[in-house]
Structure formats: structure tokens, C-alpha cells
Design a protein around this ligand. Structure first.
Ligand code: NAG
Ligand code: NAG
Ligand code: NAG
Ligand code: NAG
Ligand code: NAG
Length: 635
């Protein structure tokens, strides 16, 4: 027999190897009957694309200030093409399929070129992949799916195949999702703040009690913005389930930023049935805060509001986050496949059209809005709230936005080293909980600082540490259990451990969570990257002056400053700045190093600030003139 086969065709003897195997099955999933041989399936073969290592190098090539290609960004089409599988990959997989009985004329390639798709019976694919398929039922969620425990492909094409569907994946088990944190506006304690009068000169009286636009300009040395502003440099701000009221913005402008005319409002980018603005009595703490902080810094530049999802989904705290936004600003993301996820997760993300009352009954928005040069996001969850592959796929998208020259900034969270709501720590309740998507190495995370009581804007800032709405409020920071330390950060993190070793045991690698009593992953990506004021922020909401706080405030401040710098670059014929971390980690002196403060959580004092980078305030707060000089000196 072997001799005969050899004589017939060398290909038929190609070694077949196990490509994927599921070793652990959640007890929620129950294996039921074998699928019938004649049942038809849509089969997808995910083709290997540019590896993450290559993608990382591509991003560093345009983001590292010492690279000859600094700021030479790619168009969206160029990025999609760069991540498409090679022609050789497609050809070899098609040949293998043909040998396995799936003729080339039955096979289509998806629009984004990432997948080969065909219809086939159970019998055909069980033979092709040398496996057996079963029905599975999820006891907790009622979901049904078909899957196998392992499958084979030919060894010679293994390198071209990412994974196949149906395959070993059972889908996300929503029963394991514990997170409820969504908004980062942790505190909204209306107090009686005295309104400032006049805009001549900066009024820095009482900045330790209420942070006004004047206090922010004085703290970070921000002059009045150039006029007229460049028309194509609007500051993007993401919102979900929380909507601004124009009346509140107008009251705020009238009180604290008289140069901004009443009625000034963001350019609307309404995603999947979202609506804004809203009536004053329904105004949300996050949206009001974001625009009240950003406008005085960027005006007369504009802002763009990316408001996501219809009311049925916008406030759903057990759902996923950001995928519908990413779909709307990058059409290729709608069908982008990686890590076993292709497009939105049907169990975590909304499905449109939604014909239920108040549902958005249009098609999911894909690529209908252009991303702005800078996007500020004060929302997030924890790493352990969402499946790892959901996070990895999204993290790759942030990388791709960086390749296109987009700077994306996230609030680092308001519960220090813990998750929100007090004691949501990992392991046996003592292990620190890193935040999502903050641990992704391709975003810029903004932690919080404060003007210490009795001090002025010229004194070094400290860190907030008090009781907030959802938990003890302190600047979110720590080390990822998913992503290793990126190269641009390696020296900064090593110096922190060498000179300011935290007084806690640690583990090495997310797979060893809690090992030896360790509280954090010594090998993980550290965050935040930078910081800005996030305490006692003067706001107007529901027609009343009050104070707010959170890294929710820090993020639009830092994002607005980056937008100002881009405006100056555009004025001298340069472009946007994209992913800013490599520039900042190489030039920490453009930031004010914060060396006073901690970020408590999980029953500990958390980490300590220190000279140089630290996992409380990152590299520090902005020094606008120094940052501007730096970026005007770069290509
Ligand atoms: C098919 O899979 C089984 C294990 O499931 C393995 O023992 C066998 O060698 C495989 N056959 C081929 C042709 O790869
Ligand atoms: C300056 O600001 C403080 C606190 O916000 C306020 O009490 C005071 O009236 C302001 N002074 C002037 C001259 O605007
Ligand atoms: C702004 O963008 C539009 C549309 O892309 C373009 O036509 C215009 O030339 C740009 N304006 C400037 C000043 O770059
Ligand atoms: C919220 O999200 C969860 C998880 O995706 C989903 O099961 C649930 O149906 C959603 N709730 C609403 C009201 O849409
Ligand atoms: C559980 O927490 C205690 C501290 O309360 C720690 O000493 C111990 O090592 C932890 N055990 C495990 C298995 O993580």
C-alpha cells in the first residue's frame, strides 16, 4: 500500500498534523450528538497574515523618532493591503483544498482577503480535517454551536493557516464576564464652585480646590490656540451611553471660557443609531466633562463626537466595547479576522439591524466616518472582563490606526491597581487587575494627578487618592497579563524595577497569575504612559456648577494638547503624529515627572510614583512648550 501510494502521488502522503486542539472546555458547554453527515456548513479558513512581530516593526518604523520613516504614515488601503495574506498562501491552501475534494470553483476569498470560504457537508470537512464534529449547548447562555476537539491539516500548508471555522472554538462564554465598569467618570460630587470672571490673564486662585480651564493652561503652560485653526484637525472624542447637553456646555463657556461662543458644539459622528445632544436634565457626567475640558484647550479648533450605539446597547455594561466604533472608522475592521474572531463577536457586540423598539434598524456602520488625527476615550473595562482574543484583535486595530497616523488615548482607570467596585481583584482576591484596552501596547494611557491641598499650579502635582463613586479613586496603573513589555518601554520599566522595586511578590507571565503569592506580572506591558490633572475638575451639569474627577478628565486634557501640537505642525507643512509613545519614552524631559503619590487597590498601597516612569503617572504630565518644540523638530 505505501509503495502504491508513493507511486501514485507524492502529495497524498503529505504528513497531516494536528493544527489546533482544545484542551479545556468550560463546564457551561455540554457536548451533544454528532452532526449528521449531510448537514451543510459555511467553512472559513483563516489565512495567516502579517505577523504581529512584523506589524509591530512596521508601526515602530513610522513612530520611532530616530527612524528615517518617522511620521510617514500609510493610507487605510495601504494598511489593509499590508495585512492581506500573500498570493502564495492563497494558492497553496487552494491546492490543498482541491486535493481534499473541494474544487477551486467552490472556494471564494473574502473582500478583506483574509479568508477562504466554501460550503461543504459534515462528511466532506470531517474527511478534509480528519476530525469529527459535535453539537454543543451552553447551559448558562443557551447558545448552540458545532465544534470539534482537534483537527488536522497537511504539514506543508500549516504555516499558511491561522485557524478554521467551524473548528475548536465554542465562542465566548458570557457567563464568565464579570465586569461592570464602563465609564471612567468615577466621581461627580456637585459642590458649590465659585465661577471665575474674566479671561484676561490666568486666574490661578484656588486651583487646589477647583480646576478651571485657566488652572489647566497655567499648569501645563498652554497659550491661546492659533486662529484660524486648520480645517482638518478636529479633536475626536468617543462616547457611549452618556450624552452631553448643549445648555450645560454654554453655561460652562460663559463662566470659564468666555471666548467660546454659546452654541459651540462637536461635529456629530453618530454611530449605529446613537443620538446627541440630550436634554439638560439627562446630561451625562462623562460627555459634559470631556467637552468642557477639551474645548477651552483646542478652541477655535473643532471637536468631533463619535457617539456609539442605539439606546438598547449603549448602556449595556456586560457587553463588549469599542468594536462598533472601530467598524465605523475603519470599514476593513468589520470583517477583519484574527485570533479566532472575525468581525464583531455575536455574543458581545450588538447585531444590527435591530428591529426591536428604539433599536437601530439600519446596517452596521462600516467605514462611514474618517478617524480624526487624535481620539480621546474615557471608557474601559478590565482585562478579565473580555476574552483574550477579543482584546488581541482590537489591539491589532489600534496598531493599524497608528500606522495611519491616528493618536488614540485612553483613560487608565480610576481604581488604582484594582478593578472598580472596591475589591474586584484577581486570583484569590489579592492579585492586581489590569485594565482593558489600556494594556494594549499600541495605545497611550493617561493617568491622573492633582494639585495638592494648599499648593499652587507652580508646585509639583501629586496623585488623587480618596473615595469616589464606585471605589477608592486612584490613578489606574499596573502590568498586563496579556501583552509583554514592548521594546519602546523596556528601559523605563527596567529602571523602575531596579531603582524602586515594589514591595510585593510578583509572577512572571500571565499564565502564572498569582504564582508564589505574586501580585503582578513582572513581564507585562506597564501603564499608564503619561498623566494629567484629574481631581476637583470644575464642571457644569444639570444646570449646576460642580466638581468632577477621574482619569476621564486627564485624557481629554492630554488629547487636546496633542491636537494643538498637530495644529502647529500642520501650519508649517508637517503632518499628524500617530502613535506617540516611542517619541515620549525617548524624550521624557518634555513631561513633568511626578514623584509624589501612590495608586492603592486590592488592599495594598498599590505602586508608588518615582523619578522616571512609574505605573501610577507614567512619564508625567505635559509641558506644552517643550512638547511643541520636540514635535516641531521632528519630520
Ligand atoms: C487522523 O486522526 C487520528 C487521530 O484523531 C490519527 O490517529 C490519524 O493518524 C489521522 N489520520 C491521518 C491520515 O492523518
Ligand atoms: C479666580 O478664581 C477663583 C476660584 O475659581 C474665584 O473665587 C475668583 O473670584 C477668581 N478671581 C478672578 C479675579 O476672576
Ligand atoms: C481638508 O480636507 C479636505 C478633504 O479631504 C481637502 O479637500 C482639503 O484640501 C483639506 N484642507 C487642507 C487645508 O488641507
Ligand atoms: C447586553 O449584553 C449581553 C452580552 O453581550 C447580552 O447578552 C444582553 O442581551 C445585552 N442586553 C441588552 C439589553 O441588549
Ligand atoms: C492568597 O492570598 C494570600 C494573601 O491574602 C497569599 O498569601 C496567598 O499566597 C494567596 N494564595 C494563592 C493560592 O494565590
Amino acid at each position: 500500500m505505501p509503495g502504491l501510494l508513493l507511486g501514485l502521488s507524492a502529495l497524498s502522503t503529505a504528513t497531516s498534523v494536528v493544527h489546533e486542539r482544545r484542551d479545556v472546555t468550560s463546564t457551561n458547554w455540554v457536548k451533544a450528538s454528532r452532526v449528521s453527515p449531510s448537514e451543510q456548513h459555511v467553512v472559513r479558513i483563516g489565512l495567516t497574515q502579517t505577523s504581529m512581530e512584523e506589524a509591530h516593526e512596521l508601526l515602530m518604523d513610522v513612530s520611532d523618532p530616530s527612524s528615517p520613516n518617522y511620521a510617514r504614515f500609510y493610507s487605510a488601503d495601504e494598511v489593509a493591503a499590508k495585512f492581506a495574506p500573500s498570493a502564495e498562501t492563497v494558492r497553496e491552501v487552494q491546492n490543498w483544498l482541491a486535493e481534499g475534494g473541494i474544487a477551486a470553483n467552490r472556494v471564494a476569498q473574502t473582500e478583506n482577503r483574509g479568508w477562504l470560504v466554501f460550503r461543504a457537508s459534515s462528511q466532506e470537512i470531517e474527511s478534509l480535517f480528519n476530525t469529527t464534529y459535535h453539537q454543543y449547548h451552553n447551559l448558562a447562555t443557551g447558545q448552540k454551536t458545532i465544534a470539534c476537539e482537534q483537527y488536522h491539516v497537511s504539514e506543508s500548508i500549516q504555516k499558511h493557516i491561522d485557524y478554521v471555522h467551524p473548528g475548536i472554538n465554542l465562542g465566548a462564554s458570557t457567563a464568565t464576564i464579570t465586569g461592570i465598569k464602563q465609564k471612567r467618570s468615577r466621581r461627580s460630587l456637585p459642590r458649590q464652585a465659585a465661577p471665575a470672571e474674566g479671561t484676561q490673564g490666568l486666574n490661578v486662585t484656588g486651583c487646589d480646590r477647583a480646576i478651571t480651564p485657566d488652572c489647566i493652561r497655567a499648569l501645563y503652560k498652554i497659550p491661546i490656540a492659533r486662529a484660524p485653526a486648520h480645517p482638518n484637525n478636529s479633536l475626536g472624542i468617543f462616547e457611549q451611553g452618556d450624552v452631553y447637553a448643549q445648555e450645560d456646555l454654554d453655561l460652562f463657556f460663559k463662566t470659564y471660557a468666555k471666548n467660546i461662543p454659546p452654541g459651540t458644539h462637536p461635529i456629530p459622528a453618530m454611530i449605529n443609531g446613537a443620538k446627541a445632544p440630550i436634554s439638560q436634565e439627562s446630561a451625562g457626567p462623562e460627555s459634559n466633562l470631556d467637552f468642557e475640558l477639551a474645548y477651552p484647550i483646542v478652541y477655535p479648533q473643532t471637536t468631533t463626537l463619535y457617539q456609539t450605539d442605539d439606546v438598547n446597547w449603549a448602556a449595556n455594561s456586560s457587553a463588549g466595547l469599542f468594536n462598533t466604533f472601530l467598524d465605523a472608522i475603519d470599514g476593513s475592521y468589520c470583517k477583519y479576522c484574527s485570533n479566532g474572531q472575525c468581525g464583531n463577536d455575536p455574543f458581545l457586540d450588538p447585531i444590527y439591524p435591530d428591529h426591536s423598539p428604539d433599536g437601530y434598524d439600519g446596517q452596521l456602520m462600516c467605514g462611514v466616518f474618517k478617524p480624526t488625527n487624535v481620539i480621546s476615550v474615557s471608557y474601559g473595562k478590565q482585562e478579565n472582563d473580555l476574552p483574550v482574543n477579543y482584546q488581541r484583535r482590537q489591539c491589532q486595530e489600534y496598531l493599524k490606526l497608528g500606522l495611519q497616523g491616528v493618536s488614540i488615548l485612553f483613560a487608565s482607570g480610576d481604581a488604582g491597581v484594582a478593578g472598580p467596585f472596591g475589591n474586584s481583584c484577581l486570583g484569590n482576591g489579592t492579585v492586581f487587575s489590569p485594565a482593558f484596552p489600556n494594556s494594549c501596547p499600541y495605545v497611550t494611557n493617561v493617568g491622573a494627578t492633582t494639585v495638592l491641598p494648599g499648593h499652587s499650579v507652580t508646585d509639583p502635582e501629586g496623585t488623587p487618592n480618596d473615595y469616589g463613586l464606585f471605589s477608592t479613586y486612584s490613578s489606574g496603573g499596573g502590568f498586563s497579563n496579556i501583552y509583554p513589555i514592548p521594546d519602546y518601554q523596556a528601559d523605563a520599566v527596567a529602571t523602575y524595577f531596579k531603582d524602586h522595586n515594589p514591595p510585593y511578590p510578583y509572577y512572571e507571565g500571565g499564565d502564572n497569575l498569582g504564582k508564589n503569592g505574586g501580585l503582578y506580572n513582572r513581564l507585562g506591558r506597564g501603564y499608564p504612559d503619561v498623566a494629567a490633572n484629574g481631581e476637583n475638575i470644575a464642571v457644569y451639569r444639570w444646570g449646576t456648577a460642580g466638581l468632577s474627577a477621574g482619569t476621564s478628565a486627564s485624557t481629554p486634557i492630554f488629547a487636546a494638547i496633542i491636537n494643538r501640537i498637530i495644529d502647529e505642525r500642520l501650519a508649517v507643512g508637517k503632518g499628524p503624529v500617530g502613535f506617540i509613545n516611542p517619541v515620549l519614552y525617548k524624550n521624557p524631559s518634555v513631561l513633568n515627572d511626578i514623584t509624589n503619590g501612590i495608586n492603592p487597590g486590592c488592599g495594598t498601597d498599590g505602586f508608588s510614583t518615582a523619578s522616571g516612569w512609574d505605573p501610577v503617572t507614567g512619564l508625567g504630565t505635559p509641558n506644552y512648550p517643550k512638547m511643541l518644540d520636540l514635535w516641531l523638530g521632528l519630520p
